[in-house]
Design a protein around this ligand. Structure first.
Ligand code: GRF
Length: 230
């Protein structure tokens, strides 16, 4: 691991983390596992919010007694009203960091501005390639030899905020969408806890729409996990 990506494994920053989910929550699980293994630099998972009552991730939170709340977006008259309710509930947990982990809603500019520099997302592609949906199918369709995942700060541009870290995996000629998705998820579960730990240690910052690691500007495609991971 090079010095850029070095992180202590047992800090005690007390960084309060709220995780937003819509689905199965395997990334949430990776964060829970990292917290339990003391590799999240002391970050605490203080709350989970789902917009879907049946999101599998809710059971993962319950299993380790992380408080959770479901706000069904269909119960709100507008995106603005839904985001205002989310903000109110998230802020009750007093988060230092909001982590989008498979949260499938477009956020209002007001919501994004409120958490500027303290909200991150994981996207299943090598951004800036393939923002949006169906990234695995698009990579296969394009004949890409490489695919992967990117952690980035959230800005109002969909999947367009400054990249933090990126991990790539090979694409095999006989890959199906599901097989490739699974290969990508394996690296997602490595880079997301790592990024949260860096943030918790105060190593990672966003200023004027740019991401910095230890005060050093991060390149446009993020830190390269493949070159630097242990
Ligand atoms: C992940 O592939 C992530 O990249 C994308 O949504 C998926 C969530 O999966 N944003 P999970 O719910 O964490 O299993």
């Amino acid at each position: 691991m090079n010095s850029d990506l070095e992180s202590s494994t047992n800090g005690n920053s007390g960084c309060r983390v709220v995780v937003l989910i819509s689905g199965g929550g395997t990334n949430l699980q990776a964060l829970i596992d990292a917290a339990q293994q003391d590799t999240l630099a002391g970050a605490q998972l203080v709350g989970v919010l789902s917009n879907r009552p049946n999101a599998g991730g809710l059971a993962r939170a319950a299993q380790v007694s992380i408080p959770s709340i479901t706000l069904n977006h269909q119960d709100y008259a507008s995106r603005e009203a839904f985001d205002a309710a989310m903000l109110h509930n998230i802020d009750a947990w007093q988060p230092d960091l909001v982590v989008l982990a498979g949260f499938m809603r477009i956020l209002t500019p007001e919501f994004v501005a409120h958490y500027e520099g303290r909200m991150i997302n994981i996207h299943p592609s090598l951004l800036p390639k393939y923002p949006g949906l169906h990234t695995h199918a698009r990579a296969i369709e394009a004949g890409d030899r490489e695919h992967g995942a990117t952690v980035h700060f959230v800005t109002t541009e969909l999947d367009g905020g400054p990249a933090i870290v990126q991990a790539s995996v090979p694409v095999h000629s006989d890959d199906t969408e599901a097989i490739l998705a699974q290969r990508v998820q394996t690296v997602e579960h490595q880079i997301y806890p790592a990024a949260v730990a860096w943030f918790a240690q105060g190593l990672l910052t966003m200023r004027s729409g740019r991401a910095y690691m230890r005060g050093k500007l991060i390149g446009s495609t993020g830190l390269n996990w493949n070159e630097s991971a242990p």
